[in-house]
Design a protein around this ligand. Structure first.
Ligand SMILES: [Zn+2]
Length: 282
């Protein structure tokens, strides 16, 4: 059983400068292949379910077509949302909320009321961390925020403050803090309800030697830190054409398990059990 904790399925048009513009729609196009056939293609390749992190309207559209295959964790725009909107999204069945491109650090006081609602629902807060691609979140782009993006507002270390304020809040660090790897390790190793994934373009291209150093220092497996990982890719699962970009992430995680001799029960946590528990509300 494997659940991808970080996937997309959205599309937007580009303007003359290459910036993505509204409206943001689902990348799925009704046509040659049915949703059931698409799901079967993914299952054949080892993916049983996915966590979709797109705007609420896009997640809802996909969920309607793909049913149980999709666990929606909608992305909100931090300067436009409110505790009421978050409460509504979670009451509508989402497993959590995705945060990205804040105007202030994730740990800033003004965001705490948003996290409190997620905590009350016992849902998951997913945080994009580190480097962010251009053309989507800068002012004037489809999901542009208040100001020019500052990736230091999205450091894994900011979750330390959130965790001190809300120790029971379940949090997932997407992209392992890229490029602040060591910092992300410290957060998952020391904070009980904080987890992380290797999704995105960079973590899986770093050397296995580096990951071994972080998770198996001097040959001794840091089982506690490994037990806080989730499988995640950051690819689109809902394209009409055959496109299975997550296979290299499956290979990377397997290589990580093999080279660090990760016991089977820990592998199961990383592959599916953690994210299932994190997105299940009481
Ligand atoms: Zn993503």
């Amino acid at each position: 059983m494997r659940i991808d904790a970080h996937v997309h399925g959205m599309d937007a048009v580009r303007d003359a400068e290459g910036r993505l513009q509204q409206p943001i729609t689902s990348s799925w196009k009704t046509g040659a292949i049915t949703p059931e056939e698409r799901i079967n293609e993914h299952k054949k390749r080892g993916i049983d379910r996915v966590v979709q992190l797109d705007p609420a309207n896009v997640c809802a559209e996909t969920k309607k077509l793909f049913g149980d295959f999709v666990i929606p964790v909608p992305m909100v725009r931090m300067h436009l949302t409110s505790p009421e909107e978050i409460d509504r999204i979670l009451s509508d069945g989402a497993g959590g909320i995705k945060f990205i491109a804040p105007a202030y650090s994730y740990g800033d006081n003004r965001y705490l009321p948003l996290y409190e609602v997620i905590n009350d629902h016992q849902a998951l807060a997913v945080f994009h961390t580190g480097f962010l691609a251009h053309n989507f979140f800068d002012p004037g782009c489809a999901l542009g925020g208040l100001d020019v993006v500052d990736i230091t507002h999205m450091r894994a270390a900011a979750l330390d403050r959130i965790s001190r304020a809300l120790p029971s809040l379940k949090m997932l660090i997407a992209h392992f803090g890229n490029p602040w790897w060591e910092e992300c390790w410290k957060m998952i190793a020391s904070l009980k309800n904080v987890y992380a994934d290797f999704s995105g373009g960079t973590a899986i291209t770093r050397s296995m030697k580096m990951w071994k150093d972080i998770f198996c220092p001097n040959g001794k497996l840091d089982a506690n830190a490994v037990s806080k990982l989730c499988f995640g890719s950051d690819v689109d699962y809902f394209l009409p054409e055959n496109c299975f970009g997550y296979t290299r992430y499956i290979e990377f995680y397997q290589r990580f398990f093999d080279e660090l001799n990760v016991p089977r029960e820990l592998q199961d946590k990383v592959n599916s059990e953690n994210i299932l528990r994190l997105t299940t509300k009481k």
